[in-house]
Unconditional design. Structure first.
Length: 451
């Protein structure tokens, strides 16, 4: 029987998922402590924290009293941004104290109380959010109720809390899952899993692409013969591991995806979006969605915020098409966006740069691809100077450091020209913005405002 009543629970990390876990554990009458980086006074008054835990039960991760406190906990709920090999966790893992993510916490409650419905999990390096959102809209078009969450922004514990409070459950559960989230699952079991692709990413966490890929494949840990895995057949690492899994395997050729529905009204540019659609169609058929709902979604889905999103208001560049791809945090995502822009046969102006990662930052492995397609580069953020040192003398570029400076330059120098303006940074946002969403919203706002 699943119960947290009077159990000592540590929630480590006070981001969105951590706050959701705090609320849920509090509702289940767990005995809470909250842990976060920085001085307690700097975060304990954040909205939500002190609603669920007393100030005396809030600890900085550097507090010398914390290891003794952790010695008595029954369970740790770990935010995905904190690695499992953190020194605070090692003594607990050595004692077999469970360390779960909020995904596992929600799952265990729902499983124990028979509230699970068909659960679809979507992972991969790129395309997760578009694919998750698109499939969610398709399920809704079939008059079914679906919870869409996970890495897409709504914690799974929000859904579990709603079920606990209101017995308000969905017909389907659809989760976008990052490698970080999948590291901290245990009993978590999906009925339909998609692994969209695999490119080198998160060098701060994974030494090799194989190590990164293994974390993605945790999504199949509890697979049975009744489950479905949808995967790309032309990614050798994925194909090799997929063939060893239980269940039904459905493969996609990402170079030439098969789509057996009319796509004359499909609104998303680029081959990668046709690949996403091919994955979605395999899942939709596995879930028994109606052809009418599938076709309606193909004809009407307009994409997701900050992922190659068309911006309709562009001041000072009247003959430009502008696209906000602020969600891009790696070179493969940016190259995918650049390739999608080729459909327009116009000069491509690319804005790149952001927070340094320390691994996989160099543009040089991708420069031949980019310079053959991009007319002008614009460098912003912490990575601007480093990228400049690698491309100087090789391409046309401007290092303007900020979005404001970049758009001012573009309006002054290309205001009478035609072209495509693509903001696809290839790096995290945290050097200049709170998150990728704020970065994208800033770009859209600046485009609609004269310099």
């Amino acid at each position: 029987m699943f119960t947290l009543k009077n159990k000592r629970i540590a929630v480590y990390g006070m981001g969105v998922s951590g706050l959701s876990a705090l609320r849920f554990v509090k509702a289940l009458e767990g005995d809470l402590i909250a842990i976060n980086g920085g001085e307690v006074t700097s975060w304990a008054k954040s909205p939500g924290v002190l609603d669920f835990v007393s100030k005396e039960a809030c600890f900085s991760e550097t507090d010398p009293a914390l290891p003794a406190k952790l010695n008595s906990v029954d369970l740790v709920i770990l935010s995905p941004g904190i690695p499992r090999d953190h020194k605070l966790l090692k003594p607990l893992l050595d004692k077999n104290v469970p360390v779960w993510g909020e995904i596992e916490l929600a799952y265990q409650y729902l499983e124990a109380n028979n509230f699970l419905r068909p659960l679809i999990g979507i992972t991969g390096t790129n395309g997760k959010t578009t694919t998750t959102t698109f499939l969610g809209e398709m399920i809704e078009a079939d008059q079914k109720k679906v919870f869409v969450g996970g890495n897409i922004g709504v914690p799974f514990c929000d859904y579990a809390y709603d079920v606990f409070k209101n017995k308000n459950h969905a017909d389907f559960i659809l989760l976008e899952l990052s490698s970080f989230q999948l590291e901290s699952i245990d009993h978590f079991h999906v009925n339909v899993a998609m692994i969209l692709n695999l490119f080198q990413n998160h060098g701060e966490r994974y030494a090799t692409i194989e190590e990164y890929g293994r974390s993605k494949f945790f999504i199949t840990n509890r697979f049975t013969e009744n489950d479905v895995l949808i995967y790309p057949e032309d990614f050798p690492i994925i194909k090799k591991w997929a063939e060893t899994q239980k269940g039904k395997k459905l493969s996609i050729n990402t170079e030439a995806p098969e789509i057996d529905f009319p796509i004359g009204n499909f609104k998303l540019p680029g081959i990668h979006n046709k690949v996403n659609l091919a994955f979605i169609l395999k899942a939709a058929k596995s879930l028994g969605l109606s052809p009418k709902a599938i076709q309606h979604s193909i004809d009407t889905f307009a994409g997701v915020h900050h992922r190659i999103e068309y911006v309709d208001k562009v001041v000072g560049l009247p003959s430009f098409r502008a696209y906000n791809d602020a969600k891009s945090t790696n070179w493969d995502a940016t190259m995918t966006a650049v390739k999608a822009m080729e459909d327009f046969n116009l000069p491509i102006h690319l804005i790149i740069g952001g927070k340094k990662r320390g691994h996989g930052d160099s543009i040089l492995p991708h420069l031949d691809f980019l310079k053959s397609r991009v007319a002008h580069f614009y460098l912003i953020g912490e990575m601007g100077a480093e990228i400049e040192s690698e491309i100087k003398g090789k391409v046309s570029y401007q290092k303007k450091d900020t979005l404001e400076g970049t758009l001012k330059f573009l309006r002054e120098n290309f205001g009478a020209d035609r072209g495509v303006l693509l903001f696809s940074p290839a790096f995290p946002s945290f050097d200049q913005f709170q998150n990728y969403a704020q970065r994208g919203e800033t770009f859209v706002k600046l485009l609609g405002t004269p310099s």
